[in-house]
Design a protein around this ligand. Sequence first.
Ligand SMILES: [Ca+2]
Ligand SMILES: [Ca+2]
Length: 194
Amino acid sequence: MYGKSAMSADNWGTGASVSSSVIPKIKSETAFSAGTKSYITMHSAEDSFDAVLGYAGASCRRDAIDARIARETKDGTYTYEGSKLKDKNGKDIADLSKKGLIDTQTDVADETWVNGWPVYAATNAELDQITDSDRDGIPDYYEALFGLDRKDATDAAKSTIDPKGRYTNLEMYLHWLVRETMDAGNAGGSYTAF
Ligand SMILES: [Ca+2]
Ligand SMILES: [Ca+2]
């Protein structure tokens, strides 16, 4: 466990909150076989922590909230607190820790934000990048780049870009959007190709 060397050295003795009589029923002395083939990249626990903090998330790029959560997780800190003083039953919860646990997005105060949310802006060049003439989910620039037809909405569901025909062209575009994020997150790991 991060920052707890004694616990890391003795996971089951000091790190597990279960009865000693239960441990033999749930503990394996040997690693589970992952088989000879794997679709995933493996890292050590320490490297995984950094990779998740650096690259996890469902976006091409991180916004201010993503960046703050990653930084606070790494540093073991928090920035904002919950604002409510009563629980849903009207009971005083003033004694409970609200550190880092916001109750509403307006608890996240930043004068440049609106109602607790950052303002997302795009340049004209970025807006041009998302022009999608046939509205098949794939923007014109990508259709041109990979030989698709920006006036034919049926090609998004076809599988002509993937040399092995496994993924649709729309899926290939979505993969392409995060190719650099995936490469960086997988760097240094082990992977068995097949
Ligand atoms: Ca399109
Ligand atoms: Ca198209």
